[in-house]
Design a protein around this ligand. Structure first.
Ligand code: SF4
Length: 429
């Protein structure tokens, strides 16, 4: 048995305690072994991690307009396109900390805009953090202390397949081998409760509410907690009695946690629902201990937001076009820049999932991605790169923004990292 530089252990080509980079909760207990032509998840995998680690990566070469070329030539052509671009857009941004740092340096030099492709979802949270603040917990705190979990609108069995196993249904906590039982409330429509099971689980309460009416329920909880009585018996589709019961559970909890993914709140002005949750959490803290727990973080969107904030002071949607950092939540949103064709060159980075594909647009594209990412049109330049945590080491931020986890290399690969490729492009500018 050996221990590698990133603290994991395993014998040659057999790895234990491997961090999984394929969703934001970054489980760090995966066991992986080799097969004749790839990797096999031996223990603690989920459907998402198995499809990530075990995916057969097709052979791929750097290309210019669909023609195979040496890497150095593709780098030169990417730099030429960037120099000629009026306003390049660096997006996708499914990459690790080093990749994001390289992107920011290249965007600074090229006068580009930087935004993660999933930031429309992240901004439902960021807007609340920026305008009124919040009280948040971490995965570790929630796992060890919470006696009440309220899951809002989010189907965690799909988004984070091991969330319940790792954070909610754990038999032991840091403080007790026989911790008290937990209540889990699923507040939303069609949420799968099948994974909420085991000795740790006391009650499972299902409250079916459409996502765009959850704000009504939370606002009623806030009003009731202040002593007001909302009119009518229909509160967001729930009966008054069930909302009163939920409030009583919140007040009785020693440590309550409300968890949601902003990607599950995909309706207009959904940030107001996030704000209602965060304000309720603040208020209930006057009499009980309570915290929020943001989930999601797909395609390293938490990492992208964090690195951008560390280096520019702003969480994405920044432009370097004027020679200094400019921040505009609406103007520099990647989704609207692609639609309006404000950018004349898209640099799409996707190092994790092969289905994280760039938008179908006739704007020229530089693709820096794991082999297998499909495009609707032939990219002007395509450079295959490795996956952090599989083909090379790296680090990514966990979805609760509390730790940056080191990732390991578990596959022999000659693919360069996105950080290396982007740094070479920047050097050629
Ligand atoms: S739940 Fe997420 S981090 Fe954990 S093994 Fe599955 S994909 Fe990986």
């Amino acid at each position: 048995m050996t221990q590698d530089a990133h603290g994991g252990s395993g014998s040659r080509n057999h790895y234990e305690n491997v961090p999984c980079p394929f969703c934001g909760i970054l489980c760090d207990d995966i066991e992986i072994g080799p097969t004749a032509d790839g990797l096999k998840v031996l223990k603690n995998g989920c459907a998402k991690s198995i499809s990530g680690f075990e995916r057969r990566v097709p052979a791929a070469s750097p290309q210019i307009a669909g023609r195979d070329v040496p890497l150095a030539e593709a780098i030169r052509e990417a730099a030429r396109l960037l120099k000629a671009s009026r306003l390049p857009l660096f997006t996708g941004l499914g990459t690790d900390v080093a990749g994001m740092q390289a992107v920011l340096a290249a965007a600074d030099k090229a006068g580009g805009v930087v935004d993660h492709a999933l930031s429309d979802s992240s901004y439902r949270n960021y807007r609340v953090l920026q305008s009124s603040g919040w009280v948040m917990t971490t995965l570790t705190e929630a796992r060890n202390r919470a006696d009440l979990f309220i899951i809002v609108a989010t189907d965690l069995t799909k988004l984070h397949p091991r969330f319940f196993e790792r954070i909610v249904c754990n038999d032991k906590s840091m403080f007790s081998d026989v911790p008290p039982k937990r209540t889990v409330v699923l507040l939303g429509d069609g949420l799968d409760a099948s994974a909420v099971a085991g000795a740790r689980i006391g009650e499972v309460v299902t409250l079916p509410v459409k996502a765009d009416r959850i704000g009504e329920v939370i606002d009623a909880l806030r009003a009731m907690s202040k002593g007001f009585t909302p009119s009518g018996d229909d509160i967001g589709g729930l009966t008054r009695a069930s909302v009163e019961d939920l409030l009583a559970r919140c007040k009785a909890a020693n440590y309550g946690v409300i968890a949601w993914s902003p990607s599950s709140l995909a309706f207009p002005s959904a940030d107001l629902t996030v704000q209602a949750i965060c304000e309720f959490v603040k208020e209930i803290n006057a009499t009980s201990r309570f915290a929020g727990l943001p989930l999601g973080g797909s395609e390293a969107s938490t990492t992208a937001g964090a690195v951008c904030a560390w280096q520019t002071g702003f969480p994405l949607r920044v432009s370097f076009a004027s020679g200094k950092i400019q921040y505009d939540v609406d103007r520099y949103a990647a989704s609207s820049m692609v639609t309006s064709k404000e950018s004349d060159l898209i640099i799409w980075i996707a190092t994790f999932a092969a289905d994280f594909t760039p938008p179908d647009t006739d704007t020229p594209l530089i693709l820096i991605a794991t082999p297998g990412v499909k495009t609707a049109r032939t990219p002007a330049v395509s450079i295959p790169v490795g996956t952090p945590g599989v083909d090379h080491t790296g680090s990514v931020m966990r979805v609760d923004s509390s730790v940056t986890l080191p990732l390991r290399k578990v596959r022999q690969s000659s693919l360069p990292s996105a950080a290396d490729v982007v740094a070479q492009i920047e050097a050629a500018l």
